[in-house]
Design a protein around this ligand. Structure first.
Ligand code: AAO
Length: 513
């Protein structure tokens, strides 16, 4: 018995970092990009918990540089000045309040941890930081941590510019500067301890895990060294011995020496091939068609499902930063985007993250969005605007709130209902009409061809009348949108015209009349 307990405890220690620590049957998280802590706290209570969202990825909570040229870009938050909890999203008190209130309704908080670097080398000196902490980039001096010149990697980088010049050289990628950002020496125990202190402060407040920003630019062993110093999660909300969930931002589209698999020992990795490929398929580029999605997942060369954090778009590639290219689907291509997110949430592969964005004045010049830097909706003093809620439940003040779109929210619920059920009953027409089920709990069908669809297919579901959760949902035991009749043999007729507002239909057992 004791041996068994020891084994279980050891397994818990080893496996913990892959487990998102969400409530049971809450299977997705949402990135509330640039939201204020007080808005997230309210969103947990009024929307995320009631609709089965498992957690929220929040923007970096630690003090960052203030950039005025351009005017307060979103990316200033990826330039740390200290580990004080103090940003445009709010102060430490507001952060603590959010974590507690979200946990109290069973919604977890995941912090975007920017620990590979501090601010850009050209940041200058002064107190132009979100909490007014002094810094001097010329001297690599960050007294509010404190870090000094000894704590940076310069000596280890052998490129002429001190920058990453070639992603084909792993040493450069990990020891040189990413976009001019002062690169921390993570081989130093002092630096590891400061990072662990910051993360432990957040763990003690009740966060459930971390996105590790720029993980590709850190040696896997250095990451392991600071992760080993982390506390177990706060027992006010988590059971004894629970490890923080870790997902590492490693951009691996193939063709570089650094791969996602090198990081499996530390936790999950972001699978960037997922959104890049799904966008290519739905746009029907490169001869791709939905019929090819039959073996979606590892069959497409992705990392194993239990190591993957997946998403259709993220805060970088929705505006041309990072990687993935033009195929990435975003809220700007709403019709295809809803299909992509619907496909992702129906499919069993990976742990899913939904994006929630703000609108910006996108303007292309020579194929590049010259306004890709625009920060969140803000007031004239630079403070971030509140997320207001319109009478029809959408968001105001230029917050897009994709997670509140009926089709996306209902597919988050779909994923919870079919959790643990196998991928089943695949059907395709050899082109862009495809369907699949999840055991006997749910079924989804798409028409991305430019001709109408009218088919009888096996759903695997018990007979009865189901509400389509894309065109509507079940309310007061009636359907607000389309109805689907499943007969005794599990088959159903589906008609989706090519000009349908949303050319897909999804049904599940909780939306049965
Ligand atoms: C800003 C300014 C810079 C300035 C700097 C310092 O824009 O001009 O030098 O400040 O003053 C964000 C913004 C940056 C911003 C930074 C700091 O995106 O514009 O710099 O904040 O404020 C790489 C990294 C990846 C990173 C991504 C953006 O590997 O970690 O670049 N993402 C994270 C965050 C991101 C943040 C940072 C990291 C920094 O999510 O928001 O930056 O904290 C290849 C590599 C990728 C590499 C890309 C882009 O990708 O593989 O690893 O990502 O290049 O450099 C094909 C290939 C694909 C390739 C791609 C693009 O698709 O298949 O592999 O082409 O070449």
């Amino acid at each position: 018995m004791q041996v068994l307990l020891l084994l279980l405890a050891a397994a818990g220690l080893c496996w913990g970092q892959y487990n998102p620590n969400t409530f049971p049957k809450r299977t997705s998280i949402v990135h509330l990009f640039e939201w204020r802590w007080q808005d997230i706290a309210q969103e947990c209570e009024r929307y995320l918990a009631p609709n089965g969202f498992g957690g929220v990825q929040v923007s970096p909570p630690n003090e960052n540089i203030v950039i005025t040229s351009p005017n307060r870009p979103w990316w200033e938050r990826y330039q740390p000045i200290s580990y004080k909890i103090c940003t445009r999203s709010g102060n430490e008190q507001e952060f603590r309040d959010m974590v507690a209130r979200c946990n109290n309704v069973g919604v977890r908080i995941y912090v975007d941890a920017v620990v590979n670097h501090m601010c850009g080398a050209a940041g200058g000196s002064g107190t132009h930081s979100t909490c007014g902490s002094y810094f001097n980039t010329g001297k690599e001096d960050f007294p509010a941590v404190p870090y000094s010149g000894w704590d940076f990697n310069d000596g280890k980088c052998h490129t002429g510019s001190g920058e990453i010049e070639n992603y084909g050289d792993a040493n450069q990628v990990r020891n040189c500067r990413l976009s001019g950002l002062l690169d921390l020496a993570l081989d130093k125990d002092y630096v590891r301890s400061k990072i662990a202190e910051y993360m432990n402060n957040l763990i003690d407040m009740g966060v459930a895990g971390f996105r590790l920003d720029a993980a590709k630019h850190m040696w896997p062993g250095d990451i392991k060294a600071f992760l080993d110093k982390l506390h177990n999660l706060n027992t006010q909300w988590f059971s004894e011995g629970t490890r923080p969930f870790i997902y590492q931002e490693v951009i691996d589209l193939g063709g570089e020496p650094i791969t996602g698999s090198q990081y499996f020992g530390n936790g999950r990795v972001t699978e960037f091939k997922y959104g890049a490929k799904l966008g290519t398929v739905l746009r029907k580029w490169d001869g791709e068609k939905m019929a090819y999605l039959k073996n979606w997942g590892e069959g497409w060369g992705f990392v194993p499902s239990d190591r993957a954090l997946v998403f259709v778009d993220n805060h970088d590639n929705q505006r041309g930063h990072g990687a993935g290219g033009a195929s990435i689907l975003t809220f700007w291509d709403a019709r295809l985007y809803k299909m992509a997110v619907g496909f992702m949430l129906a499919h069993p592969y990976g742990f899913t993250r939904v994006m929630s964005s703000f609108r910006w004045p996108r303007r292309f010049e020579n194929g590049k969005d010259v306004n890709d830097w625009y920060g969140p909706p803000s007031n004239s003093d630079g403070s971030t605007k509140a997320v207001t809620i319109n009478p029809d439940t959408t968001c105001g003040n230029d917050w897009v709130c994709e997670h509140r779109w009926r089709q996306i929210r209902n597919m988050v619920i779909f994923r919870n209902v079919v959790d643990g059920e196998p991928f089943s009953n695949w059907w395709d027409n050899g082109s862009n009409q495809v369907a699949f089920g999840r055991g006997n709990k749910g079924f989804i069908i798409f028409n991305n061809d430019d001709w109408n669809m009218n088919v009888n297919v096996q759903t695997g579901l018990p007979s009865g009348t189901y509400c389509d959760v894309i065109s509507g949902q079940k309310e007061n035991n009636r359907c607000t949108g389309k109805q689907v009749f499943v007969s005794g043999d599990g088959k159903a007729n589906f008609q989706i015209n090519t000009d349908a507002e949303d050319p897909f239909i999804a049904i599940h057992v909780d939306a049965k009349l």
